[in-house]
Design a protein around this ligand. Structure first.
Ligand SMILES: NC(=O)c1ccc[n+]([C@@H]2O[C@H](COP(=O)([O-])OP(=O)(O)OC[C@H]3O[C@@H](n4cnc5c(N)ncnc54)[C@H](O)[C@@H]3O)[C@@H](O)[C@H]2O)c1
Length: 279
């Protein structure tokens, strides 16, 4: 099946680094053209150039701020004009903001939800017409987080945003089911990327000082200690993505030890359903 992907077009937000750059490699390896979009223009360009050099596929790079509707709309026009459309859309941008729920400011919430949730909504809204204009195999990938499976303390704004990504993705999958456009939610565990640094860099200066304190990361790790294998390279995290997209699976969980915590929630929900049915 991967042989049939050559010539298709993948659009990736947050492609300048980490998971987005690794998505670019996974798709370019099959012969797909890549649009690398990122708020950090030089890093988007670096990804596009590296993929063109290594795999000989058409690429384009553009500075895009998913927090800005006009910027995302302009990106869709650019991709259509340069590569000719979109078969796979990876709405992958997410920014991280640690902080206890009672210390996160209004501005912190607006930034995290504006980028992680509305940024994803805008990305899908502006690129969906391009996907609809194509035919055959088409997919949307939405990057959530394993923290949806096992929420930790001091990550309230981020986790709330990633739960919203899941709600958005589940609805989108149902709404697009009749059109042959599959929607897959990706739940990455911990990865060795520059996520904290790139989030700090992307945070608008006018938001003022971040509510994050030094002890927040330690508190989060004390609540959900990392086991061996819980932090991996983005390439390893994506080892099942392509197969999952070919099979049109609703969820891809990349790695990590979240099952026990997830099963506690599932069992608690089962018990709630049992009580409801017994009452
Ligand atoms: N790193 C982890 O441990 C981890 C774990 C779970 C989920 N995730 C998720 O994976 C996704 C990718 O993160 P990563 O770890 O590869 O981080 P990364 O920092 O390596 O890549 C994120 C990219 O997004 C870009 N970006 C930030 N704000 C943007 C904006 N407003 N518009 C456009 N681009 C913007 C950054 O410049 C950066 O290049 C995110 O959604 C993140 O929440 C990461």
């Amino acid at each position: 099946m991967t042989a049939q992907l050559a010539g298709k077009i993948a659009v990736i937000t947050g492609a300048g680094s980490g998971l987005g750059a690794a998505m670019g490699r996974a798709f370019a390896r099959t012969g797909m053209a890549i649009a690398a979009l990122d708020i950090d223009e030089p890093s988007a360009q670096q990804t596009a150039t590296a993929l063109a050099d290594e795999f000989g596929v058409p690429t384009t790079a553009l500075r895009v701020d998913v927090g800005d509707s006009g910027s995302v709309a302009g990106a869709a026009r650019h991709v259509e004009a340069t590569l000719g459309g979109c078969d796979v859309l990876c709405a992958n941008v997410g920014v991280q903001q640690f902080g206890a729920i009672d210390r996160l400011t209004e501005q912190d919430w607006q930034w995290v939800l504006g980028v992680n949730v509305l940024g994803m909504v805008r990305t899908v809204r502006e690129f969906l017409p391009l996907l609809r204009a194509r035919s055959g195999w088409r997919r949307i990938v939405l990057t959530a987080s394993s923290s949806v499976l096992a929420p930790a303390v001091r990550m309230g704004a981020y986790q709330t945003s990633k739960f919203a990504v899941m709600g958005f993705g589940e609805t989108l999958r149902e709404e697009l089911a009749g059109e042959g456009i599959g929607v897959t939610l990706l739940f990455p565990g911990g990865m060795a990327t520059r996520h904290l640094a790139s989030s700090a860099k992307a945070r608008p200066a006018e938001l003022g000082a971040s509510a994050t304190r030094k002890e927040d990361l330690a508190a989060m790790l004390a609540h959900r200690p990392l086991a061996d294998g819980d932090v991996v390279t983005p390439e390893h995290a994506l080892r099942n993505l392509l197969a999952g997209l070919i099979d049109d699976v609703p969820y891809v969980v990349t790695h990590g030890s979240h099952r026990a915590v997830y099963e506690q929630r599932r069992d608690a929900m089962d018990a709630a359903l049992d009580r409801m049915e017994a009452s």
